[in-house]
Design a protein around this ligand. Structure first.
Ligand SMILES: Cc1cc2nc3c(=O)[nH]c(=O)nc-3n(C[C@H](O)[C@H](O)[C@H](O)COP(=O)(O)OP(=O)(O)OC[C@H]3O[C@@H](n4cnc5c(N)ncnc54)[C@H](O)[C@@H]3O)c2cc1C
Length: 531
């Protein structure tokens, strides 16, 4: 189906982040004729700049957001069920130091409440540790002033990008049209009713109109910008805050346990998380009203994260040269000018702009953790609006594509492939789940495609071919950063880049000039992530 002015969709979704992708998946699965437009590649925005935790949000208990914590804990369980290859349990330890704002009593109470809200879930209950037990679990902790610790479990999605990609793949398989590099320029209305969108295909630089009964603006921190060009734009909805993470080497013998700390300088909570063989440290939380697409880390944020980490891990001796790369994103939070950034709710709001354009909805706020439930709520409203009855939401039980198969069989299939190194097999399972069998089939046809192209992630040549054949990338950056996960390695895929481009060039028939330009553009894109 080719997009054009005469195509009428039931639903147009603006934005291919986790929320837009989740909505497109649910809607298409219920038989709603859906088109998703994304101005860049899939997962081009905030979702890939998050802490990648699938968590109840212990911190929200301080703000009495019990409903949000309960919803998040339920969704944590759901995501472990529908995407077990991507979402994994993670142990976290909260060290308790003498004189901290949150003392033993508050932390113990928080832990009991968290357990209570997690009832009937598969996670173990919390444990309170003595100082000696805490040091045994996290040997790098500063021992001075350590009174003990709380240990509990949440979950982590190491490759949040893949969670988005798999939702998009499921949406497409269910019949959704997915248009990447397609920027919505304006929402179209007739009278007080939404009628569709005008967008620019950024590859051809041509404008098109699409019609639909309902438009959902899931543009994350860009939500207000999408609404700006309406005849009567609503008042500003978003009040984003920016958050930075740094990525540093893991310590020798680093356990797979995350540390959840209170920063000494301002009492804000922050995480030191084992991630992708390294440590992900963050985050900051600073009001931000600039362009979400060009947001970058400030020197002060980097210093804050390094200092606070060195304070609790005194032997870490981290400085700017220790940082592999850093990243910054804007939380798409509801506007709230008073109070601290941490006070702004992380709940989502679905806003129907009924006074401006009936059938136009905006998604404000939300968490990666709760995307599926948000998508279900939005799709319920779309279904009611287009008077669709009887089609039930199945996203809480139907697995995402990488979990749609027998994992143990996939492990056996990969083990049977002599052309694959054990590290590459593990990488394939972690990134693609059961779909790794499709990559192995490419290697069976051409054993040269089994060659490792990235010494850090152990990704193989076949993945570049697979991405272009099955996962809709356009540029080499799409392939390295948002499909194969090569670009998240400590060298950000620099070692793999020439081979990856050569394979893409052969497969896609690129000219030498295009291949050179792809390499240059990739290096420019990762340059933004320099500390
Ligand atoms: C620092 C930080 C840490 C976080 N940590 C966590 C965490 O650990 N756990 C958790 O649950 N949540 C976390 N979050 C929150 C979570 O990441 C976000 O709530 C979520 O990713 C938002 O997803 P989204 O799809 O709404 O937005 P996005 O991912 O930003 O997607 C919006 C998309 O819309 C596209 N778009 C914009 N304008 C247009 C247009 N005109 N036309 C077409 N497309 C357009 C953008 O390119 C973008 O891809 C964190 C957020 C931040 C910033």
């Amino acid at each position: 189906m080719k997009p054009g002015p005469d195509i009428a969709f039931d639903l147009i979704v603006i934005g291919g982040g986790i929320n837009g992708a989740g909505i497109a998946r649910d809607a298409a699965d219920r038989g709603i004729r859906t088109c998703l437009l994304e101005q860049g590649d899939i997962c081009n925005g905030t979702t890939r700049w998050s802490s990648r935790l699938i968590h109840g949000g212990l911190r929200y208990l301080e703000h009495a957001e019990l409903g949000l914590v309960y919803e998040s804990l339920r969704e944590r369980e759901t995501l472990l069920r529908i995407a077990p290859h991507l979402v994994r349990r993670l142990q976290l330890v909260i060290p308790i130091y003498r004189g901290a704002r949150r003392g033993r009593l508050i932390i113990t109470l928080g832990m009991w409440l968290y357990d209570l809200l997690s009832m009937r879930k598969s996670f173990p209950r919390h444990e309170m540790l003595t100082a000696a037990e805490a040091l045994e679990t996290l040997p790098f902790l500063k021992p001075e002033g350590l009174q003990g610790a709380a240990s509990y479990h949440d979950a982590q999605v190491v490759y949040a990008e893949r969670l988005v990609v798999e939702n998009i793949l499921a949406a497409r398989a269910a019949g959704a049209q997915i248009l990447t590099y397609s920027r919505v320029d304006r929402v179209l209305t007739a009278g007080r009713r939404v009628t569709g969108v005008r967008y620019t295909d950024l590859r051809s630089d041509r404008q098109h109109d699409l019609t639909a009964k309902v438009v959902v603006n899931a543009a994350g921190p860009w939500v207000d910008r999408v609404l700006e060009k309406l005849g009567t734009p609503p008042r500003k909805l978003m009040g984003g805050t920016k958050g930075t993470h740094i990525i540093v080497p893991g310590f020798p013998g680093q356990p797979k346990v995350a540390c959840y700390l209170e920063a000494e300088s301002d009492g804000r909570p922050f995480f030191i998380i084992p991630w992708n063989g390294m440590l992900l440290i963050g985050t900051t939380d600073i009001r931000y009203s600039g362009n979400p697409g060009t947001v970058q880390a400030d020197a002060d944020e980097i210093t804050y994260l390094l200092d606070e980490t060195n304070r609790v891990y005194p032997n870490a001796g981290l400085d700017r040269t220790s940082i592999y790369y850093c990243y910054t994103g804007v939380r798409p939070l509801p506007k709230k000018t008073r109070g601290t950034e941490g006070d702004i709710t992380r709940r989502h709001i679905i806003k129907h702009h009924r006074h401006i354009a009936k059938g136009l909805y905006s998604v404000i706020g939300g968490k990666l953790t709760t995307y599926r439930h948000l998508a279900e709520e939005v799709t319920d409203r779309v279904a009611r609006r287009i008077k669709l009855r009887g089609a039930k939401c199945r996203t809480a039980s139907d697995p995402l594509p990488g979990a749609d198969g027998e994992y143990a069989t996939t492990v056996d299939v990969l083990d049977s492939c002599a052309a694959l190194h054990p590290e590459s097999r593990e990488h394939l399972l972690n990134v693609y789940g059961c779909r790794a069998e499709l990559i192995k089939a490419l290697v069976d046809d051409d054993p040269e495609l089994g060659a490792e192209i990235c010494p850090h992630s152990h990704a193989i040549a076949a993945e570049i071919v697979f991405a272009y054949e099955h996962e809709m990338p356009t540029t080499i950056a799409d392939v390295l950063l948002r499909r194969t996960m090569i670009g998240l390695s400590s060298d950000q895929g620099r070692a793999a880049l020439p081979r990856a481009v050569a394979i893409a060039r052969r497969h896609q028939g690129w000219s030498q000039a295009r291949a050179d330009e792809e390499e240059r553009r990739y290096l420019r894109e990762i340059d933004r992530m320099r500390p």
